[in-house]
Every structure is written in structure tokens, then in C-alpha cells.
Design a protein around this ligand. Structure first.
Ligand code: C2E
Ligand code: MG
Ligand code: MG
Ligand code: MG
Length: 290
């Protein structure tokens, strides 16, 4: 590689960096304007109980309908917002909105539904604020704490083990449940994991993708199911897209599944319609209409 190539690469790098900084500033500016407007919405993806074949809850997922760009995926803006102070009001809005919706569903007779809400690492690190915020929002919305599940990633929990355990204990003392998201992608020490007060492990989608084709990933799924059960947690698998995958999960004792096979994340009304549908979701291919 010549010197000139190196310099060009550097110039290219600087230009790209500048573009990235500009893009981040634009996202932050636009999100400031979006907060509190209908540009932001939560969608809800069903959680399927694999014993009963019924929808037992949902995961709330943030959606941003940007006035110029249209729908922007959370993977594009959440990491940017997490680097700003905006993540605190945004996180509060998400939790409030999800709890309010959960309460409204309960009032409308939808039956006991768990609403799972993702917590950002920044929210989790503001532990005092977090516990107070969850307490306030449950109070304001009147949602039963048992109906709220908070999702944290493996990485966040492992960063500062002792203080994480304290925060999780405080949250659980309120009555909410805790799940570890994207499980298997981080570096959990099993030694720590057994000390963590958690209620659910969510096996990351990457392990499910080639079920039926890749014996190694199947072995990992089986091992995590056993691990979760020996720690007395429920085990969820996310990203289920096919009957083959579902059959594997049913055969290996997975408790709960979530994925496009059943439903994509959908607006609140559409979720309520799915949850009221009395069908056995495991009986046949949902796309075949039962
Ligand atoms: P996550 O918490 O692991 O959420 C699951 C993601 O997998 C969602 O993507 C969901 O739409 C997607 N998914 C579910 N089933 C399938 C499937 O069968 N196939 C495929 N290809 N994808 C599936 P989404 O909504 O784009 O969110 C991506 C990530 O952004 C989330 O991952 C979460 O880390 C973050 N996120 C989303 N909403 C929020 C939020 O309200 N707060 C925070 N802090 N993070 C959020
Ligand atoms: Mg999640
Ligand atoms: Mg996940
Ligand atoms: Mg994931």
C-alpha cells in the first residue's frame, strides 16, 4: 500500500467521520422535536406461551416516523440517543406509554398480559433514578407491577455485577420481573449469572436463524434452555420465523417464543386484536389461517 493510498484513506476516514458526526447531530436535533409528538409510537410484538399456545404478553418496541425520512429503525437512532441526555426523557416516555397501554388493556378486559420494556444501559446506570422512575410510573398509570417486565442486556448487567444485583433486587421488590435480553451474545460468567435475580432469559435471534441446518447452534439453544431451567428462569426465544424453528423449540422445552412467524411488532390496536384471537397459535401455520 502506497503512502498516497494511506493519505486518501485518511481523508476518506475524516470525511466519513464528519458525516457521521453531522448525522448524529441531526438525529439528536430531530428527536428533541419528536419527543411528545405522534412521531414516536410504541409497537407491540406478541409473546407466545409454548405450553398453552396463547399470547401471554408483548414486547414494546419504539417506532419513529420521521417527517422527512419516514420510519427509522431503532438500531439507527437509539445508540445515538443513548450518547445524549435525551435518553432519560425518552426512556421515561417509553415506560410511561407502555404502562399506560398495559393498564388500558387490563381495563378493557384483555386479561393478564405482561408488557416487556427494554431498558437502555444509560437508564440502568442511573440506578437511583431508575427505581424511583419505575415506582412513579407504576403509581401514575396504575399498572400492576407484575404486569411489567424490564429487559436488560447481558452486557449491562455484567458491567458492574454487585451494583447490578442491587438494582435488580430493588426493581423486583417493586413486583416487576426482569429478563435478560439477547442472551448468549455477551460474556456472562455463569458464576455471576446464578447470583442474578432474573425471571427470564431471552435467547438471541442469532442462535435461531439456522435451526434445522446448523447443529452447533441447536446445541447452544439446548444448553441455554437447560441452564435457564436449572436457574429456575423462564426461557424465551426471539426471532422465530419458521415452523421448523418452532417445532425444534417445542421439542426442547422452550417456554416462550416471539418472532415474525407469529407476528411482527404491531400498533396497540392490532396487538389487542391478536391477543383476543382465541386460536391455538401452535396448532398450524398462522399464515395458513389456522
Ligand atoms: P430487542 O430488544 O432484542 O428486540 C427484538 C428485535 O427483534 C426487534 O427489532 C424486533 O422487531 C426484532 N424481531 C422480532 N422477531 C423477529 C423475527 O422473527 N425476525 C427478525 N428479523 N427480527 C425480529 P427492533 O424493533 O428493530 O428493535 C431493535 C433493538 O432496538 C431492540 O432489540 C432493542 O435493543 C432496541 N429497542 C427497540 N425499542 C426500544 C426501546 O423502547 N427502548 C430501548 N432502550 N431499546 C429499544
Ligand atoms: Mg428486547
Ligand atoms: Mg432481544
Ligand atoms: Mg435482539
Amino acid at each position: 500500500q502506497s503512502k498516497a493510498d494511506g493519505r486518501n484513506a485518511y481523508h476518506f476516514y475524516v470525511a466519513a467521520m464528519d458525516a457521521e458526526v453531522q448525522a448524529r447531530k441531526a438525529i439528536e436535533r430531530d428527536m428533541r422535536l419528536a419527543l411528545g409528538t405522534p412521531q414516536l409510537e410504541l409497537h407491540y410484538q406478541p409473546l407466545l406461551d409454548l405450553k398453552s399456545g396463547r399470547i401471554v404478553g408483548c414486547e414494546a418496541l419504539l417506532r419513529w416516523n420521521h417527517p422527512q425520512l419516514g420510519w427509522v429503525p431503532p438500531a439507527q437512532f437509539i445508540p445515538v440517543i443513548e450518547r445524549t441526555d435525551l435518553i432519560i426523557p425518552l426512556g421515561r416516555w417509553i415506560l410511561h406509554q407502555a404502562c399506560r397501554q398495559g393498564r388500558a388493556w387490563r381495563d378493557a378486559g384483555l386479561g393478564p398480559m405482561t408488557i416487556a420494556v427494554n431498558l437502555s444501559p444509560v437508564q440502568f446506570r442511573h440506578s437511583q433514578g431508575l427505581v424511583a422512575m419505575v415506582t412513579d410510573i407504576l403509581d401514575q398509570t396504575g399498572l400492576a407491577p407484575e404486569a411489567l417486565q424490564l429487559e436488560i442486556t447481558e452486557g449491562i448487567a455484567m458491567q458492574n455485577v454487585d451494583s447490578s444485583i442491587e438494582v435488580l433486587k430493588a426493581l423486583r421488590a417493586l413486583g416487576v420481573t426482569i429478563s435478560i435480553d439477547d442472551f448468549g451474545t455477551g460474556y456472562s460468567s455463569l458464576n455471576y449469572l446464578k447470583r442474578f435475580p432474573v425471571d427470564k432469559l431471552k435467547i438471541d435471534r442469532s442462535f435461531v436463524i439456522d435451526i434445522g441446518q446448523h447443529p452447533d447452534n441447536e446445541a447452544v439453544v439446548k444448553a441455554i434452555v437447560d441452564l435457564g431451567h436449572s436457574l429456575r428462569t423462564r426461557v424465551n426465544v426471539e426471532g422465530v420465523e419458521s415452523r421448523t424453528q418452532l417445532d425444534f423449540l417445542l421439542a426442547h422445552g422452550v417456554d416462550e417464543a416471539q418472532g415474525y412467524y407469529f407476528s411482527r411488532p404491531v400498533p396497540a390496536d392490532a396487538f389487542a386484536a391478536l391477543a383476543r384471537d382465541p386460536r391455538d397459535w401452535l396448532a398450524a401455520d398462522p399464515e395458513d389461517g389456522g
